[in-house]
Design a protein around this ligand. Structure first.
Ligand SMILES: C[S@@+](CC[C@H](N)C(=O)[O-])C[C@H]1O[C@@H](n2cnc3c(N)ncnc32)[C@H](O)[C@@H]1O
Length: 289
């Protein structure tokens, strides 16, 4: 295994955070929600659903992946959201399973926005957002019952370190479910047209195959129990979202989160999916008891 220079990682992380930072995200989001008729002081799950999930397939994808976490829903569980964005999955999990969710994200503006949205949606007690890198998780060993990661690994080259960090903070038997975009064949993601939603160029884009990711998990001590190609399903959903006639599109959608370049970036992902260069996969591993 080749160690990756710390200063290189730090500079890359600054570039990743800069890529996602808008500067006025919360103001823009609240304005869009207000225009769509939402009561900002009492946000409902349905107000936020179309804007708070930053991955192919949106909320239905989160529901699908959440089902692989093996949560009992007994109310006392703790879940880690690896790269939590503006907190959509965290709020969904807390609501659905009665668990406490801790999200970690590199983009400070996303953490701030996630906290504010949770406060306005009445989820401030059950969801907590920490600004930092998932390569250096701010938690002690065996802190969590499960971990979820939605479309984050594409920004991270050192997948071995990420897997070992998640393994460290999970309790024995805890599940780690990844839903990322993966290269269909080794090197096929080199042919993606940039910009895409996660990166302006290949300098911060690190896709591997689902097989390679599974090997990394096994080496970190996970037993991979589930690996599912969601390419066709995800392509269909993204195509439908991009082609929805104005009357059927949600009033507040991903463009409110991504900004002006949303259509170009999402269009480039759709193209990469349709060309068979990349695909979303669900990969679930369980850390040894
Ligand atoms: C495409 S967004 C997905 C956000 C969220 N998981 C979701 O699905 O809505 C990718 C997220 O990963 C975060 N990220 C990328 N590299 C990271 C790292 N090393 N540590 C923490 N967060 C990271 C970004 O800041 C961004 O919020």
């Amino acid at each position: 295994m080749v160690a990756i220079d710390t200063t290189v990682v730090e500079e890359r992380e600054r570039n990743v955070a800069a890529h996602y930072t808008r500067g006025d995200l919360l103001t823009q989001l609240l304005e869009a929600l207000r225009r769509a008729g939402a009561d900002i002081e009492a946000l409902r799950p349905e107000d936020l659903e179309a804007v708070e999930e930053f991955h192919v397939g949106g909320r239905p994808a989160t529901e699908r992946i959440a089902g692989l976490l093996g949560l009992s829903g007994d109310g006392g569980e703790r879940v880690l959201d690896v790269g939590s964005g503006i907190g959509g999955a965290a709020r969904y999990l807390a609501r659905r399973f009665g668990c406490r969710v801790d999200g970690v994200d590199l983009t400070e503006e996303y953490c701030h926005t996630a906290r504010e949205l949770s406060r306005l949606a009445g989820a401030a007690e059950s969801t907590h957002f920490h600004h930092g890198s998932v390569l250096d998780l701010p938690f002690g060993p065996r802190s969590f019952d499960a971990a979820i990661q939605l479309h984050v690994g594409m920004n991270i080259e050192d997948k071995a370190r990420l897997a070992s960090e998640v393994a460290r903070v999970l309790r024995p038997g805890g599940r780690y479910v990844i839903y990322d975009l993966f290269a269909r064949q080794p090197g096929s993601s080199d042919r993606i047209t940039f910009p895409v939603p996660w990166a302006a160029s290949r300098a911060t884009s690190f896709l591997v195959t689902a097989e390679a990711q599974s090997e990394v998990l096994e080496q970190a001590g996970f037993t991979v129990s589930h690996r599912e190609d969601l390419g066709e399903w995800g392509t269909e959903r993204l195509r439908a979202a991009l082609q929805a006639p104005p009357g059927q599109a949600p009033k507040v959608g991903l463009p409110a989160l991504i900004g002006a370049a949303a259509r170009e970036r999402l269009g480039n992902v759709l193209q990469a999916l349709e060309q068979g260069l990349v695909a979303p996969w669900a990969i679930a591993g369980r850390i040894s008891a």
